[in-house]
Design a protein around this ligand. Structure first.
Ligand code: HGY
Ligand code: MN
Ligand code: MN
Length: 422
């Protein structure tokens, strides 16, 4: 069934994207430093709420620092709302599109729905989630987990950044109480579902020449820290057989486990962070901390990978008389997106004459937490050269427009049609 095409304000899209693109940009111009609970991230939330208010929507913030803006469009404001949006924090030296595109597109889509003038069956809610990346405190998906009631408060209470600033203190600086995070979950009944536009952050759509995708499953993600304990000693005088080099053991673990992952389908792993103590060239390292990001849409394979990594680490450390400890600090299960909503996306893509496919998302997203408690779906558009989490991250103007149009049209179906998406 074909549906009326909404009028999208393209000028508003690119102007708003450029405005957001100034917030948190590194002075060097190389990427963004919009880390969770930094002034830049809070400025970006403020910008978002002001832009939404400028459209006549009612902006508000929840106890987790998530920003929302409501438009009832003739629906009862007490009805659970459809939320559309993304996140505003970045990884260090990240790009402008990861999160930013989804938030700006939501503003533009909401404006198109408002301008169309139809009476909505339920309110529309714009959403910008806090700390999706976890890049500063290791507390990824913090805002959406708070809303979904999925927080591990013991982990959250211990969370600190690399300068030993506690998450608790960073939040308090902006008037937010860490202990109030669980109360965010009380708001969940006000949400009917969640729809997010995001760049693919990989090369598949661009390589296949496909304009859009409906995400089928969002991968499971585990973050695991390996701690290697050897003995600091003199880099010159210590006889080779007696060197209990913690970094050497960590390096052997990286090589051995990476070879296993290279030969295992449907799984990826990244040794993205290492610290060494005392971290001096002429000292045999006594300690090393090695953090892994392990992903698969298959829960059993994720378990197998974690077990394989820890046994490899112990095996390779043994010849250096190095001992190993490990602990997990981030565990987001894989989440299937709503089948009816995927079909709505595909139907709307058909109406808009946009090519589309279904893709597994190897990136994590707020939708993977929310999709466990309310219907959720995601739309992907191509990433240029598949690059993301880097200053070079980008997409094309036409992809930005296609994605925003598809987001608007899909949201409009859900907001105006009896039974759409149920
Ligand atoms: O890590 C991720 O996949 C996401 O970009 N936070
Ligand atoms: Mn993202
Ligand atoms: Mn990201």
């Amino acid at each position: 069934m074909s549906h009326e095409r909404l009028n999208l304000d393209a000028d508003f899209l690119f102007r708003a994207f450029a405005e957001l693109g100034v917030i948190g940009r590194n002075p060097s111009g190389r990427g963004y430093q919009r880390l969770a609970w930094s002034q830049a991230e809070r400025d970006a939330h403020q910008w978002f709420r002001e832009r939404a208010q400028g459209l006549g929507f009612e902006a508000w913030t929840d106890p987790a620092g998530n920003s929302f803006a409501d438009f009832s469009g003739g629906a009862s404001p007490d009805e659970p709302a459809l939320a559309i949006g993304s996140h505003l924090d970045s990884v260090p030296f990240g790009g402008a599109f990861d999160g930013g595109l989804g938030v700006v597109a939501a503003l533009v889509a909401a404006k198109a729905i408002r301008d169309q003038g139809a009476t909505l069956r339920r309110p529309l809610r714009l959403a910008a989630f806090t700390d999706e990346e976890g890049a500063r405190f290791g507390t990824g998906l913090l805002g959406s987990k708070a809303l979904a009631g999925a927080l591990d408060m013991d982990l959250v209470r211990q969370a600190a950044d690399q300068n030993n600033i506690l998450l608790k203190d960073a939040m308090a600086r902006y008037g937010f109480d860490l202990e109030a995070l669980p109360s965010t979950h009380k708001l969940l009944p006000r949400f009917f579902g969640y729809l997010e536009l995001h760049i693919e952050q990989g090369p598949r759509l661009e390589q296949r020449g496909i304009a859009t995708a409906a995400v089928s499953v969002i991968t499971g993600i585990r973050h695991l820290r390996l701690e290697f304990f050897g003995q600091a000693n003199h880099a010159g005088t210590t006889p080779k057989p007696e060197r209990r080099n913690a970094l050497r053991a960590a390096a052997e673990a990286i090589a051995a486990f990476s070879r296993w992952v290279d030969n295992t389908d449907n799984l990826v792993a990244n040794p993205g962070h290492i610290t060494v103590h005392p971290n001096a060239t002429n000292v045999v390292p006594g300690e090393a901390q090695l953090d892994w990001d392990i992903r698969s849409p298959d829960p059993a394979l994720l378990d197998q990978a974690v077990n394989r990594l820890t046994s490899i680490a112990n095996e390779v450390a043994q010849p250096f008389q190095v001992t190993v400890r490990h602990h997990g600090y981030h565990d987001v299960p894989a989440c299937a997106m709503s089948e009816p909503w995927m079909r709505l996306i595909e139907e709307a893509a058909g109406d808009l004459h946009l090519s589309t496919t279904r893709l597994v998302s190897w990136a994590g997203h707020d939708a993977s937490v929310l999709g466990r408690v309310i219907p959720a779906a995601m739309i992907f558009v191509p990433s240029r050269a598949g690059v993301s989490h880097a200053p070079e991250e980008s997409s094309s103007d036409s992809a930005m427009l296609d994605g925003t149009r598809l987001l608007a049209q899909t949201a409009f179906h859900i907001l105006t049609e009896e039974g759409a998406g149920l």
